[in-house]
Design a protein around this ligand. Sequence first.
Ligand SMILES: NC(=O)c1ccc[n+]([C@@H]2O[C@H](COP(=O)([O-])OP(=O)(O)OC[C@H]3O[C@@H](n4cnc5c(N)ncnc54)[C@H](OP(=O)(O)O)[C@@H]3O)[C@@H](O)[C@H]2O)c1
Length: 213
Amino acid sequence: MQVAVIGANGGIGRRLLPLLDEAGHEVIGVVRSEEQFEQIQERGGLPRLGDLEGTFAPALEGAEAVVFTAGSGGGTGWDKTLMVDLWGARRAVDACEEQGIDRFVMVSARGAANPDAGYEPLRPYLVAKRCADDYLERSALAATILRPTTLTDEEGTGRVTTAFTPQDGGPDIPRADVAATVRACLDNDATIGRTIELYGGDTPVEEAVRPSN
Ligand SMILES: NC(=O)c1ccc[n+]([C@@H]2O[C@H](COP(=O)([O-])OP(=O)(O)OC[C@H]3O[C@@H](n4cnc5c(N)ncnc54)[C@H](OP(=O)(O)O)[C@@H]3O)[C@@H](O)[C@H]2O)c1
């Protein structure tokens, strides 16, 4: 399957590209700068330029699935939270519908289920993520929404804990394990229509993404 990754040079994106490549997918790495092309190629991806605040829809051309793992990051203001995390994600959903790309995996965030209960300084971010998730859920796309808890740069374990209903919390999770979970969801259609919270844990990812009902 040809998979376009939006946010391909980010912490999760960088780890996801080789996993998709090894799994036999053709990977399009969508980045904002040509300076990142070489790194995308080294990770097995075909680099294309796309900016969620500008032109990016052509970068998705030919894709059969899209992974959204871009983010404005903690160092920017609420303006970027709105324009990238919320509006950029919505524009990605629209672009998929316009181009007939059916499959979408969203990297959202734990806490988006109930932003009012989140850590106060993060609430606007959680609202942005929640609104983007709601938009995707209401679209016609075959969507999986992953809501990981706080990310770390620890080495991946290939093991996680998933929750198919919102939980109070759980251990932080390495970005590498989120990437492995995205890959597992793309290859498991039973995850379509599911919103899955994600924590560090002990269950192999393939097993953890399998819904029990
Ligand atoms: N940090 C956490 O603890 C946490 C927890 C739960 C969920 N999340 C979510 O997990 C996802 C990935 O996190 P991460 O740590 O991998 O993020 P990251 O390392 O900050 O990477 C984000 C990527 O998004 C790209 N990006 C930013 N603005 C863009 C735009 N306008 N157009 C296109 N690409 C753009 C960045 O591009 P450049 O490389 O050009 O800067 C970067 O490569 C995000 O959606 C984040 O909200 C994070």
